[in-house]
Design a binder for this molecule. Structure first.
Ligand SMILES: Cc1ncc(COP(=O)(O)O)c(C=O)c1O
Length: 133
């Protein structure tokens, strides 16, 4: 098996993984009738101590949906300068959610709480976008 860590999309599935995919129990996920998705969502919900979880087939879909849920148009989110949501995803944050990004100069993509705190706009200063995420 070739492992290439430049991206999760480069590594190819092994024959065991392909076999598991081909023999997976499937159903209509919209009607919650896909046993594999249901089992995955239940497992992840338990893992994070939540009532439920929702499976997204791509990272971009999950990121864009999460941003949409947690913001309103005109808001601002804080992220590291290397964040995927800022550098990639087709600029989807501005199109899908109407938000801007305030960049933090983290260490290899990791931000400190103090950096995030310093990047939050004053909530009572209406000239600045509202920091909401
Ligand atoms: C941090 C991060 N977010 C999102 C994505 C996008 O994931 P996808 O290609 O499944 O849309 C990637 C892809 O490599 C990623 O590294």
């Amino acid at each position: 098996m070739e492992i290439n860590l430049i991206s999760d999309t480069v590594t190819k599935p092994t024959s065991g993984m392909l076999k598991a995919m081909m023999s997976a129990k499937v159903g209509d996920d919209v009607f919650k009738e896909d046993p594999s998705v249901n089992a995955l969502e239940e497992k992840v919900a338990a893992l994070f101590g939540m009532d439920s979880a929702l499976f997204f087939p791509s990272g971009t879909m999950a990121n864009q949906t999460a941003i949409k849920i947690h913001t309103n148009p005109g808001d601002q989110l804080i992220c590291d300068k290397y964040a995927h949501v800022y550098n990639y995803e087709g600029g989807g944050v501005s199109f899908n959610s109407g938000v801007s990004c305030k960049l933090v100069d983290g260490h290899r993509g990791m931000m400190k709480a103090s950096q995030v705190e310093a990047a939050i706009n004053p909530p009572d200063f209406y000239h600045s976008p509202l920091t909401s995420l």
